[in-house]
Design a protein around this ligand. Structure first.
Ligand code: NAD
Ligand code: MG
Length: 394
């Protein structure tokens, strides 16, 4: 029996995780569930999965959740705040942690799970983008197992040899081919992007996801973050990570080998496949995903990404090449800019401009520890908020 903590249980990935877990009551027991503010959704999950602990964002939310649970005689203990997130991620009573909080808020608990030697199922790509080497070192030091949940990285992981050790050369790997759908604006005239609404940006052609990652997919910053994520997960040189536009999202990514073989992983675009893969690895379990009907798809297309149309993708490559704190600064600026776009404070095409300005203003520094990383994150956020305000006025 695997005891599981789900960080971000009420989100898109959290809900899909619990859907897979519910199919295998003989394998998984929920130790803790966490949510930021969606108390009613979390209460319903507690009723279904009876976790030992539930974590929410504030004292007020905790009171509300306790009341809901008491009314239904659910014995789940309710706690709140960032420290509680780290506790449930590192507790001796849990074996595996699904890291599915969105953004930098997930860094501390995900790192806590890594330091505690847990099986870390990583959806929260921002945590790895921000902390890079610190995260990889924490995994190595504790003997934790890091399993990718992001569909592309799960695909790459599945196309690599089983005991792959972050050394592409030794495994005969020539290139990592990261596929990207191109999002909802792949073919829209660039001039028309000035006026797109948050709902249009969140209407992804193939995937249903949280709003932040949906906007990231529309700007292709998501693919940029995934390039950085792949760099850390698989130890490939930046030049050996290639982005390929594949609008159908049926091939989830590929590995190209020195002998000319290219291995791909295919499946319907449903996150329950990579989630089930990470949960059961090295076994395979049913996920509820419909089988792939290749003849119904018939057509798979590929093209090169257009870095002019998607400046965020270029900015992410730039941050990875600069290294040090640059990816954390990129991530922080992006989080602020995306939130400002979702709040209708700036237009869609201002997102990349805010990020570029922040990267120019915040000089990269070597990252020694998590405290220093969080300082850089906070600094980048302050600069980004100021840029958003200027743009809003201008
Ligand atoms: P979501 O917005 O649907 O859910 C986010 C979850 O995080 C919610 O449970 C929310 O309560 C929690 N949360 C938000 N802010 C928080 C805070 N400050 N403190 C504590 N908890 C907080 O997001 P999602 O689409 O499920 O994505 C989650 C993560 O998984 C992201 O990092 C995303 O990039 C990654 N991911 C998602 C998908 C997908 O298909 N949705 C695919 C690949 C990777
Ligand atoms: Mg992905």
């Amino acid at each position: 029996m695997q005891r599981l903590t789900v960080l971000g249980a009420t989100g898109s990935i959290g809900v899909s995780t619990l859907d897979v877990v519910a199919r295998h009551p003989d394998r998984y027991r929920i130790y803790a569930l966490t949510a930021h503010s969606r108390v009613e959704a979390l209460a319903a999950q507690c009723v279904q999965f009876r976790p030992r602990l539930a974590v929410v964002g504030s004292a007020e939310a905790a009171q509300q959740l306790s009341r809901l649970l008491r009314a239904q005689d659910i014995p789940t203990e309710v706690v709140y705040g960032p420290q509680a997130l780290c506790q449930v991620a590192s507790s001796a009573e849990c074996d595996a942690v699904m890291a599915a909080i969105v953004g930098a808020a997930g860094l501390a608990p995900t790192l806590a799970a890594a330091r505690a030697g847990k099986k870390v199922l990583l959806a929260n790509k921002e945590a790895l983008v921000m902390s890079g080497q610190l995260f990889i070192d924490a995994i190595a030091a504790s003997g934790a197992v890091l399993l990718p949940v992001d569909s592309e990285h799960s695909a790459i992981f599945q196309c690599l040899p089983q005991h792959y050790q972050r050394a592409p050369g030794a495994a005969g790997v020539a290139k990592i081919l990261l596929t990207a759908s191109g999002g909802p604006f792949l073919t829209r005239a660039v001039e028309l992007l000035d006026t797109v609404t948050p709902d249009e940006a969140c209407a992804h052609p193939n995937w249903v996801m949280g709003r932040k990652i949906s906007v990231d997919s529309a700007t292709m910053m998501n693919k940029g973050l995934e390039v950085i994520e792949a760099y850390w997960l698989f130890g490939a040189a930046v030049a050996d990570i290639e982005v390929v536009i594949h609008p159908q999202s049926v091939i989830h990514s590929m590995v190209s080998y020195v002998d000319g073989s290219v291995l791909a992983q295919l499946g319907n675009p449903d996150m329950r496949t990579p989630i089930a893969h990470a949960l059961a690895y090295p076994e395979r379990i049913a996920s509820g995903v419909a089988p792939l009907d290749l003849t119904a798809i018939a057509d798979l297309q590929f093209e090169r990404p257009d870095f002019q149309r998607f400046p965020c993708l270029a900015l992410a490559f730039q941050a990875l090449k600069i290294g040090a704190s640059a990816p954390a600064v990129l991530n922080a600026a992006n989080e602020v800019a995306v939130q400002a776009f979702l709040n209708r404070q700036i237009g869609f095409r201002a997102i990349d401009k805010v990020i570029a300005d922040v990267m120019e203003q915040v000089a990269p520094v070597a990252v020694r520890d998590i405290e220093q990383l969080l300082e850089q994150d906070a600094l980048a956020r302050r600069v980004a908020v100021a840029r958003v305000a200027q743009r809003g006025e201008g």
